[in-house]
Design a protein around this ligand. Structure first.
Ligand SMILES: Nc1ncnc2c1ncn2[C@@H]1O[C@H](COP(=O)(O)OP(=O)(O)OP(=O)(O)O)[C@@H](O)[C@H]1O
Length: 214
């Protein structure tokens, strides 16, 4: 389940992917491939379909056309839905549970990255000292940090992260880049949506633009 994946191995491939809502095209057709060790930055204006694309890739919405393949899913034993972790606008914390309990709960649901410990992931996300604090009493930026700690702790190698820089201070933006960089160096990959206002970190990044070219 936790075999190392060689850098360069594709973690997701999509061909001719498009999505329409009530016959209105939202995005596509789109071809993409994301390999272990790289990030794909999904850019586009407000409403261009970035969030929708992530939700389609996560299996929460069905595409109108096209195919999605997770090449590692057969040998991982996790199945296609277990290959990707989505960090969306709704962070899905358990409001009454403490930060550490939230992480332990997520690890039971999604599996744990080999060697990852909840306390360490919490500290890496800048939340040391918040172990027992209920998620409901965190600030928006702290909630985002808890979600990043969850990504870092859990098993999926592909991160689908929607506007990860929103609500974060400058240190938080650097933190996102640091966590993504470590994840990629460990054989992971990430799709990251952005309006293009933030510089990504020092990791291998390609860009997919949704919507009309400017
Ligand atoms: N639940 C929904 N019901 C109806 N229309 C929706 C829904 N969610 C999104 N849309 C529409 O789908 C289109 C794409 O939305 P989406 O959220 O994917 O764009 P986005 O590129 O992520 O936008 P933003 O940069 O503002 O976050 C928009 O026109 C939006 O109005």
């Amino acid at each position: 389940m936790t075999d190392p994946i060689a850098p360069g191995a594709p973690l997701i491939e999509a061909h001719g992917l498009s999505y329409a809502r009530n016959d209105e095209p939202i995005f596509g057709p789109v071809d993409l491939q994301v390999e272990a060790g790289e990030a794909l930055l999904v850019e586009g204006d407000n409403g261009s379909g970035k969030t929708t694309l992530l939700r389609v890739l996560a299996g929460l919405l069905s595409p109108q056309a096209g195919s999605i393949r997770y090449p590692g899913s057969a040998q991982s034993g996790l199945g296609p839905r277990g290959q990707a972790a989505l960090l969306g606008h709704a962070l899905a914390h358990k409001a009454e549970l403490g930060c550490l309990e939230n992480l332990e709960f997520a690890a039971r649901l999604f599996g744990r990255r080999p060697g990852a410990e909840p306390e360490t992931c919490l500290a890496e996300a800048g939340l040391a000292g918040y172990e027992d604090q209920p998620a409901r009493s965190l600030s928006a930026g702290q909630r985002k940090r808890l979600a990043l700690a969850r990504l870092r702790l859990t098993a999926p190698r592909l991160w689908l992260v929607d506007e990860p820089f929103a609500n974060l201070d400058l240190a938080g933006i650097a933190l996102v880049n640091d966590l993504v960089e470590r994840h990629l160096h460990g054989g992971g990959a990430a799709l990251i949506t952005s309006h293009g206002a933030y510089a990504t970190g020092a990791y291998r990044t390609r860009v997919l633009h949704l919507g009309p070219r400017r």
